[in-house]
Design a protein around this ligand. Structure first.
Ligand SMILES: *Cc1c(COP(=O)(O)O)cnc(C)c1O
Length: 429
């Protein structure tokens, strides 16, 4: 009998197969060749038939070269840090693709001269917050705070309440970030109560600025007191307000969430925020405020190390000028619409034999802000065993397991993705 291994197709032959050759054009020959060699190895080990090598390679071809995979967020956590925070709007995605090649990010096509980098995005940001004397964009909110400390408090003190010494996540803490610049933190007040007088007593010739940090991922309740921005703005030193979430103006559903326009109106000299939380845009740090101070921030040598790339600028401008991004849609969704979608999805799944039921649910804003705010929602409940299969599927779906059931919360799923979600569940049946 002939050695079956002799029937294993040669590497060049497999790479020459039309579907595989086409994949090599988009994914790169090296990546596809690695899959071919692995498939040949499986055939040699007797795990697959020699004739199945091509199919094995085709089945394992990734959708893209990068390892990041698209995930349907059915967790009910609107801004999910581990899932990349805000998903970009289709308009922002288009803008990113357009800017991905060579682009006029720092060039004026009319005059043929160098132009201000990211002027379109900066103009959109300024237009969105007319009260800001000037605006600037850096890599993220942490970078915005770093730049404030480097520029406004070199070898000086930053006065901050003990109730606002925030850990952002993954072990990173705002006080450590600020101290890393060489600035000294001057803590005032107590965990639960800090008054304007506490700040006033700490302010002196060494003060760089007063920092007010929004507790965006926790709440202190009970016997509490904090000084308002307006009181602090009267103390004679600049007040930097970190509002965190990136709400540019008040949001009707999130009355306790601070916003940029209000913070400026109350007298903050500089306001910082994230771009990829409630604003629903790309990762970015947004700076608004007094024109002279913002210009100093912009010209600090470290600003060059914190600047954003053309993709971020493109996505930010499109988020600000284009249609409402998914985060805003998710916040605004009417719970009755969510219930109807859950009923329809569950009914459709039951008709194919899946044990699915529409249930009411509670969604949250997540790491992006508004701790303690419950958003009424609706979900499709499945047996718990679906959770793992859905996570490992294509596209991956992440729900949450509650009392032995896998809940797919529809507040964080775009209506346009309902059919994709249904098919993903069916494939796990
Ligand atoms: C999220 C957050 C940060 C960190 O922002 P990044 O954009 O992740 O760097 C800082 N301060 C507050 C109040 C936040 O909510």
């Amino acid at each position: 009998m002939a050695d079956p291994r002799r029937a294993i197709p040669r590497t060049d032959a497999v790479l020459g197969e039309p579907r595989i050759a086409k994949a090599a054009e988009t994914l790169g020959r090296d990546l596809v060749k690695t899959l071919v060699v692995a498939a040949q190895g499986r055939a040699r080990a007797g795990e697959i038939e020699a004739a199945a090598v091509v199919d094995d390679v085709l089945a394992r071809l990734p959708a893209t070269v990068a390892s990041l995979r698209p995930v349907l967020n059915a967790t009910g956590v609107v801004v999910h840090t581990n899932l990349g925070r805000a998903p970009l709007s289709p308009a922002a995605l288009d803008a990113v693709v357009a800017a991905g090649g060579t682009t006029d990010v720092e060039f004026d096509l009319d005059t043929g001269e160098r132009a201000k980098r990211g002027r379109g995005a900066l103009a959109a940001l300024a237009a969105a917050v007319p009260a800001a004397g000037a605006v600037h964009v850096v890599n993220n909110n942490a970078a915005a705070l770093l730049l404030c400390a480097l520029t406004l408090a070199p070898d000086r003190e930053i006065v901050v309440s003990r109730g606002e010494l925030v850990e952002i996540g993954d072990g990173f803490r705002i006080p450590d970030l600020l101290a890393a610049t060489g600035a000294r933190l001057r803590e005032v007040g107590t965990t639960n109560r800090t008054s304007a007088r506490d700040y006033a007593a700490a302010i002196g010739p060494d003060t760089g600025f007063v920092l007010k940090v929004h507790p965006s991922n926790y709440r202190v309740t009970g016997f509490t007191a904090e000084a308002g921005l307006a009181e602090l703005a009267g103390l004679g030193v600049p007040v930097v307000a970190d509002v965190g979430s990136g709400l540019l103006g008040p949001h009707p559903m999130l009355p306790d969430e601070p916003d940029v326009a209000t913070a400026l109106a109350e007298g903050a000299a500089v306001v910082t925020a994230s771009g990829d939380k409630l604003l629903g845009g790309p990762q970015a740090g947004l700076l608004f405020g007094d024109a002279t101070l913002v210009e100093r921030l912009r010209r600090h040598p470290a600003a060059r190390a914190l600047r954003v790339d053309k993709l971020t600028l493109a996505a930010l401008e499109a988020t600000l000028r284009g249609p409402r991004p998914p985060v805003a849609e998710a916040l605004a969704a009417d719970v009755r619409d969510l219930e109807m979608r859950a009923e329809a999805l569950a009914a459709s799944l039951r008709s194919t034999g899946v044990e699915a039921e529409a249930v009411s649910s509670t969604a949250v804003v997540g790491g992006g802000g508004a701790p303690g705010v419950d958003l009424p929602s609706a979900a499709v409940a499945l047996p718990a065993r679906y959770a793992v299969a859905l996570r490992l599927g294509e596209p991956a779906v992440v729900g949450r397991v509650v009392r032995d059931r896998c809940l797919l919360d529809l507040r964080t799923v775009r209506p346009a993705d309902d059919a994709t979600l249904r098919e993903a569940v069916r494939r796990c049946g």
